[in-house]
Design a protein around this ligand. Structure first.
Ligand code: TYD
Length: 204
């Protein structure tokens, strides 16, 4: 039996990362073997690329190609073998992030995104994508309150992040079967209740 591939998406400050490990634990309690991973990253090479991607300024197409290079490695070494063994993979960001950040945020030509997506994982899409959505000003406030050093993307201006948000919503709109949009502007407890409902009502 093939395993399931679940991805988490959203603008910076949406709070998705705090639910990733929690959801994995819920799924483990149901008897699944679950891998928690992230993008860019998830492999030794991918984590090195992540360091560059989150700090070095670079050409938009270089950035996009490196995101997909890290993704190819991640698929080959972790995601595909785990799914083939019938295990679950819960991944903090995947190609929807490239669509939203490099496409929506930076204006990458959609045909180039689609060509790379087709090349790198034509055969595979997440079984479910949880999109954590909230207004930009709330997300910004959370980032400021966290009081940490901001990475390259977090340092972008508000209009960049607004375009990222809109691109995510647009992508969710065209794939309603795969996406669940989670209103992230609520207490953690309410969000987890919704996630539990999502995973108990669907037969994944
Ligand atoms: P993020 O997942 O938010 O990690 P953390 O919670 O540690 O800040 O950071 C990854 C950043 O990389 C995020 O700002 C979005 C960006 N990103 C892209 O621009 N394109 C991509 O394809 C991916 C996977 C991430």
């Amino acid at each position: 039996m093939k395993g399931k591939f679940i991805t988490f998406e959203g603008i910076d400050g949406a709070g998705k990362s705090s639910h990733v490990e929690w959801l994995a634990e819920v799924l483990r309690q149901r008897g699944h073997v679950v891998h928690v991973t992230r993008e860019p990253g998830g492999t030794p090479l991918g984590e090195k690329l992540r360091e560059l991607l989150l700090s070095e300024p670079m050409h938009l197409e270089t950035e996009t190609l490196l995101m997909f290079a890290a993704r190819r490695e991640h698929l080959a070494r972790l995601i595909e073998p785990a799914l083939a063994r019938g295990e679950w993979v819960v991944c903090d960001r995947f190609s929807d992030a490239t669509y939203a950040y490099q496409g929506g945020g930076r204006g990458l030509d959609r045909a180039k995104f689609l060509a790379l997506e087709h090349w790198v994982h034509d055969h595979l899409q997440p079984d479910m994508t949880l999109l954590f959505d909230l207004p930009l000003d709330v997300a910004r406030e959370r980032i400021v309150l966290a009081n940490r050093v901001l990475d390259k993307f977090e340092q972008e201006r508000a209009d960049f992040h607004e375009r990222v948000r809109q691109a995510y919503l647009e992508r969710a709109h065209v794939s309603p079967g795969r996406f669940r949009v989670v209103d992230a502007n609520r207490p953690m407890h309410d969000i987890r209740k919704q996630l539990e409902q999502i995973f108990s009502s669907i037969c994944l």
